[in-house]
Design a binder for this molecule. Structure first.
Ligand code: 5AD
Ligand code: SF4
Length: 466
């Protein structure tokens, strides 16, 4: 059962934050904290909460671990190389602990939800004094208070199907982009994926809480709202509402802003949802629809609950309803038992769909998942070859894809200073395509009309028209 954290519990945590603040105020200089977030947008969003709580406790947030009084690694478990990077970085902190024995070194996030990882930290990383799971995140003030007063190692990874904690202070990374979690966890159990084991069952925040957070973000100057969940398309099922309804409500809020969301599951990308997106002018014209494989046989083994044909039907419907939509996807190469024929089905699917871009991954074995038990006869070397082949095919598709935008004018959200060297500013079209153009830095954070003059492989160049 999902537990919504009670107001009393939230107030109790605020009380601990106050106590930590009092301890910190007695120090000669204000203490500092460093948070290193690995992985996806959901983790980045958790990182904003961690920083928000630390700031409330009186810590100055710093960009480097050197000399910080609290160092927190907010980890990702989705692939092995993400975990290896965390262990590498953690090992390097041994020196920091020697230099600063009072530093509190903590690890949280998806990795520590796996018992074998927590055991490894216990045994091999004695300089880590605090470990807390995703469901204990909101108790950070209590945990830090415990660290400051008891000086003992603490492992707080409560077994739970997942909690929802409202009212945690936030320290947003960006003024322009506001990440707003709308649901947590995942029920899909794709056979390769560790997420359902480390993030618990699907649970949606209440619509009012989300809409109010969106309103506040817009009032504070946000121009892009990123609605987050492992599978946003199944938002609201337990409250008798839907993602379409949430989009409609946020779309109706006053102001010029854009609504983005991630991640989606094709099995829930219904016609109703696509119709809603077509009608809601503030919703991004970008569909990130992870297909994972073009082979129906592999999709079945992956437990994805759609076929190659189902997927293509969704793509065709999107193209019919929103002809200017950009499409992107995630692909896994080398799933256990995938044959050359299966892989060729993936190649033919990407040639048929012509995605704007792809996020491609070589299959990574995750202990405890179903796929981890499957026969995996193809060598890593062979998988590497297929992977490069896939990149080549997509590279070819992407080559002239942006040419179609030349001559068109788009409402562009200016997000920062330019990167190509050919324009001083950079921004995003409604399709989430990057465009660089010249203009005054005062325009950062506002919408401008930009006429596209040139297409590069990965970005556009244009000129402001208004
Ligand atoms: N191996 C490789 N890629 C994975 N993904 C998730 N789990 C694995 C794994 N075990 C990819 C999927 C997903 C994206 C976020 O990460 O493509 O859509
Ligand atoms: Fe993992 Fe599948 Fe859930 Fe995405 S939908 S988090 S790939 S189990």
């Amino acid at each position: 059962m999902t537990i919504k954290i009670s107001d009393e519990e939230t107030a109790k945590q605020r009380g601990f934050a106050e106590k930590v603040r009092e301890i910190n105020q007695k120090l000669e200089a204000p203490p500092t904290a460093h948070v290193h977030t690995f992985g996806c947008q959901q983790n980045v969003s958790d990182g904003e909460k961690i920083k928000g709580m630390l700031a409330e406790m009186g810590y100055g947030i710093v960009g480097e671990p050197d000399g910080a009084d609290v160092i927190i690694f907010n980890t990702c478990a989705v692939r092995e190389n993400a975990e290896d990077r965390v262990f590498g970085n953690l090992g390097a902190l041994k020196h920091e602990k020697r230099r600063n024995p009072n530093a509190i070194i903590a690890v949280c996030g998806c990795m520590v939800e796996q018992e074998h990882i927590t055991e490894r930290i216990k045994k091999s990383f004695p300089h880590v004094s605090l470990v807390f799971g995703t469901n204990a995140l909101y108790t950070l003030p209590e945990l830090i208070y415990g660290q400051l007063t008891e000086h003992a190692r603490m492992f707080s990874v409560p077994k739970s199907d997942g909690v929802i904690a409202e009212g945690i202070p936030l320290r947003r990374e960006s003024k322009i982009l506001a990440s707003i979690p709308i649901m947590y966890g995942c029920n899909n159990f794709c056979s390769y994926c560790i997420v359902p084991y480390v993030r618990g069952r699907e649970r949606s925040r209440e619509m009012n809480d989300i809409v109010n957070e969106a309103k506040t973000a817009i009032e504070n100057g946000a121009k892009e709202l990123l609605l987050l969940g492992q599978n946003v398309n199944s938002y609201g099922k337990e409250h008798g509402t839907s993602f379409s309804e949430l989009l409609r409500q946020i779309n109706a809020l006053d102001g010029e802003f854009r609504i983005c969301y991630m991640s989606s599951h094709p099995k829930d990308a219904t016609r109703e949802l696509i119709d809603t997106i077509a009608e809601c002018e503030k919703v991004t014209r970008h569909f990130h629809l992870p297909v994972q494989s073009g082979s129906t046989r592999v999709l079945r083994e992956m437990n994805r609950k759609y076929t190659r044909e189902d997927y293509l039907e969704i793509v065709d419907y999107i193209r019919e309803k929103i002809p200017d939509a950009a499409l992107t996807s995630d692909i896994i190469v080398g799933f256990p038992g995938e044959t050359r024929e299966d892989f060729e089905q993936t190649l033919s699917l990407i040639e048929r769909v012509r995605f704007d871009s792809l996020y491609t991954f070589i299959y990574s074995r995750r202990k405890g998942t179903k796929a981890a038990e499957m026969d995996d006869p193809i060598s890593e070397e062979e998988k590497g070859k297929w992977f490069r082949e896939l990149l080549d095919v997509q590279g070819e598709i992407g080559m002239n894809l942006y040419e179609k935008y030349v001559g068109q004018t788009f409402r562009v959200l200016c997000t920062g200073t330019g990167r190509t060297g050919s324009g001083t500013l950079t921004g995003k079209t409604p399709q989430d395509v990057i465009v660089d153009f010249d203009g005054d830095e005062a325009l950062i954070g506002s919408f401008v009309d930009v006429k596209i003059e040139k297409a590069l492989n990965w970005a556009l160049l244009g000129k402001i028209t208004d």
